[in-house]
Design a protein around this ligand. Sequence first.
Ligand SMILES: O=C(O)CCC(=O)C(=O)O
Ligand SMILES: [Fe+2]
Length: 363
Amino acid sequence: MLSTITPSSQTGATIFGGHDIARPQLMKRLSDSGSLQQYEHNDLTPAIGREFPTIQIRDLLKADDQVFRDLAYTISSRGVVFLRNQDVTSNELRDFMLCLTTLAGCPSTSGLHVHPLTEEGSELGDQISVISSEKQKKGGGLTHQLSDVSRYASNAWHSDITFEPVPSDYAMLKIHTLPMTGGDTLWASGYEVYDRLSGPMREMLKKLTATHDAKFFLDEARNLGNPLRECERGSPLNKGAELAAVHPVIRTNRKLTFLIIAVTGWNSVYVNKGFTKRINGVTRDESDILLNYLFNMVTQNHDAQVRFRWNKNDVAIWDNRSTWHCATYDYNDPRAGDRVCSLGEAPYLDLQGSKSRKEELGL
Ligand SMILES: O=C(O)CCC(=O)C(=O)O
Ligand SMILES: [Fe+2]
């Protein structure tokens, strides 16, 4: 199993003309061979989410490459999958994530992300982000920024690390410490939001890019007393203190290049409330109107969302290219978990080869 993959694949990357970063390695379309059908599973809503109540990550780690590819396809097509009550260490989470992204065809230069706020020499290693209510209270986060007075819980909707030039393909969160009630997480489908746009609106948005920015992490690093991680954060393109990137407003899941075909090949809206500050090439007012409209499409369409109630040691794995998620800060007791985020390709819109999810599935 996974004989071709070792952690050194993160650092031993070859760069062709400096542009391998955006080139996935899979030479054919990922599709589902059906190897996961043997496991109990159920779709949580028509638009998004599948739960596998009995699968253990530790067993999957021994599975062959096709099982990982089927899982990658399932996550990318269903947006998010939930695995219950996992007996798995943080090292196993890391290994699992690396296998998943590599077998799903990520560029050879993409590894696991190092969050700019992760403390150097932290106990669990650079590639695990500790999600913790205690840290949230101290540091800020998307709804706790000191200068932010809005009380909308929906301010926390985001896709992970879109301020990086090479953002995340997949992410995985295990929650091990839970309040008695509360702390649910919501996900929403970017495919579904794209499907709800009119033809003329899609055509306009396809011509636009947006600037994503996480400068607020500079303040947060100061508040936490940790220096910002300016090193390579999992890709040669993700480094320094700029914490800003420009991406297309409509993104195809998995870049198409010479000989390469997509994971799903479906388009998604790729702006998020957490990090997207400006649609480029239009006036400030136009940008505000468009961004507010697109953010409202996420927050006001509860039939494009799934809300997950965690039990201890449950794991969620999602595709950050085509979903948003939102934590719920409605509890006082401690809540904590470990998150691993893998890096995919530089975001790309495939004008010729892409489809909408509903077009492809005939829905
Ligand atoms: O705490 C949560 O429920 C979600 C945190 C989050 O945004 C993440 O793990 O990427
Ligand atoms: Fe997140």
